[in-house]
Design a binder for this molecule. Structure first.
Ligand SMILES: C[S@@+](CC[C@H](N)C(=O)[O-])C[C@H]1O[C@@H](n2cnc3c(N)ncnc32)[C@H](O)[C@@H]1O
Ligand SMILES: [Zn+2]
Length: 269
């Protein structure tokens, strides 16, 4: 495996019985759940960076109920079948990363997230412990070699343009999923007096937008636990008043999921 690089000295990482090591002797053991910790302590801004465990578990519960299935299926079609290496950045608990590994049965499919709780959940349910690997790492300092990846996916997660450009192969693809205009509009209208439309992401430097798609899904949630899960995983939902929150949990929610899928090709600068 030649795709990972040492987060400390940037030399290639090689597999050994305990995990990965570079020629300078930096060793990164494999955790019992199967993931690697490639986030140097000096890059940790807090003790538990990234989404908290409760939010990750709520997201898992909501995703597993199938509401994001049309997006999952569409993304399986959007990624090129000939990709040999794919990295899902900000992979959370791995819902989409697993489905990429399913769609690309011969490829190395990696997922990284800065939240250890997410990576742990993702690694536990990896569909193949050898070619579907997860690591705790930051998308601002990716532990991957230059030009090592055919495709990088970024689904509701942060990134740094220069790092994306560095790790993607020439002509490789970057797939970004971001909320589109009507995403959870009903919920947002109940919270904000004036709802600002979501804007399309700015094209990352060094990339060209080659295609974009919109996917709108009508959603009706009747189950109280699933309403609670949606509210727990939605960053702006903390603004709901207690009365509104209770009303939603008791009456359910009818709304729309609305996604923009943006496909960019890496350019030679
Ligand atoms: C809204 S969640 C999306 C998770 C997953 N992509 C999905 O759609 O199910 C955003 C994720 O980005 C992660 N994240 C935040 N900052 C990050 C960073 N600097 N590097 C890597 N991941 C980060 C969070 O921990 C969280 O798991
Ligand atoms: Zn090293």
């Amino acid at each position: 495996m030649k795709d990972f690089r040492c987060p400390l000295c940037k030399l290639p990482l090689h597999l050994n019985p305990q995990g990965f090591a570079c020629e300078n002797g930096h060793q990164f053991d494999r955790a019992k759940e199967g993931y690697f910790n490639l986030l140097p302590v000096q890059n940790k801004r807090s003790r538990e960076p990234g989404d908290p465990k409760e939010q990750l578990q709520a997201r898992r519960q909501f995703l597993q109920a199938g509401f994001f299935d049309p997006l999952r299926q569409r993304l399986q079609v959007v990624i090129p079948k000939e990709a040999q290496t794919l990295l899902d950045i900000g992979c959370g608990e791995g819902y989409f990363t697993h489905s990429f590994a399913e769609a690309l049965p011969d490829a190395q499919v990696y997922g990284i997230d800065i939240a250890k709780a997410g990576v742990r959940l993702a690694a536990k349910s990896a569909i193949d412990k050898n070619r579907n690997l997860f690591a705790v790492a930051s998308s601002f300092d990716l532990p991957f070699a230059d030009q090592s990846l055919d495709v990088v996916t970024r689904i509701y997660a942060p990134s740094k343009d220069a790092e994306l450009w560095r790790v993607i192969k020439p002509d490789g693809l970057l797939v970004i999923v971001a909320p589109a205009e009507n995403h959870l509009l009903g919920l947002r209208q109940r919270i904000y007096t004036e709802v600002r439309p979501h804007e399309a992401p700015v094209t990352p430097e060094g990339f060209e937008l080659v295609r974009q798609e919109r996917l709108t899904i009508d959603m009706e949630i009747k189950d109280k636990t699933l309403c609670q899960a949606l509210l727990a995983m939605t960053p702006f939902a903390w603004r709901l008043s207690a009365v509104l929150r209770q009303q939603i949990e008791e009456e359910g929610l009818v709304d729309q999921l609305d996604f923009g899928i943006y496909i960019y090709q890496r350019q030679d600068c």
